[in-house]
Write a protein of this length. Structure first.
Length: 233
């Protein structure tokens, strides 16, 4: 398990001045724009404007903070008025972005090289006010599914968890993570605690068996080196 802390991530300004991007992880590590198989990042978007075209790249965008966006993709408007609703679209399409109410947003971006990588983005959260939920992924029992998009990934090579609201804890299979609404207190029961925008990257087979506990909302990104047919929710 690699823990990827939000603190200290470098902010790369956009060439059009409309925001900054902070890379969470890229595969292979150290890859540039022309060589990555997949890339996960968080972007602060501060004004309306076009997206840079990325031919041969599939994108999954999720608003995780702010009032929402309107994306126009090859002339078709797509309204994203709420957080935690992943939306997939081709990176090579002519895409324009408008901030709803003119308020800045933070986007979670997953970029996938066509023919080299596939991903599913699922948003999971705890049920009840301030009470967490234990989840064993793929996301299910005990989690409230807030949205999903991407490709069909049955047996991921890697799974990334990003805490986008509140905190998240990761534990070994069968671990007792404590009572919902309180930090896990059993020594050794949880392997990592993620604060907001922290991430963890797990590889198979650990990714398929680990437990996730959250008192907010977390993005679960299943990543595979083999692209398959799209699976729309």
């Amino acid at each position: 398990m690699r823990i990827l802390r939000a603190e200290g991530r470098a902010a790369a300004p956009w060439s059009n001045g409309g925001g900054v991007t902070r890379e969470v992880a890229v595969q292979p590590p150290g890859s540039g724009w022309d060589t990555f198989a997949w890339r996960v990042s968080l972007a602060d978007v501060t004004r309306d404007g076009p997206y840079s075209p990325l031919p041969g790249v599939r994108r999954i965008l999720t608003v995780v903070d702010g009032a929402g966006l309107e994306l126009t993709v090859d002339g078709t408007a797509q309204l994203l008025p709420e957080r935690y609703r992943p939306f997939a679209f081709p990176g090579g399409a002519a895409t324009d972005s408008r901030l709803l109410d003119g308020r800045p947003v933070v986007n979670l971006n997953v970029m996938l090289r066509e023919g080299r990588a596939a991903a599913t983005v699922e948003m999971v959260r705890g049920r009840g006010r301030g009470r967490g939920s234990r989840v064993v992924w793929p996301a299910g029992g005990g989690a409230a599914d807030r949205g999903r998009d991407g490709d069909r990934v049955r047996d991921p090579d890697e799974v990334m968890v990003v805490a986008v609201e509140g905190r998240a804890w990761l534990g070994a299979p069968g671990a007792s993570l404590g009572e919902p609404g309180a930090s896990p207190g059993v020594p050794g029961a949880h392997e990592a605690q993620l604060e907001r925008f922290d991430a963890a990257l797990l590889t198979a087979p650990d990714a398929a068996a680990a437990a996730l506990w959250t008192d907010g909302t977390a993005a679960v990104i299943a990543l595979s080196a083999t692209a398959t047919a799209p699976d729309r929710p």
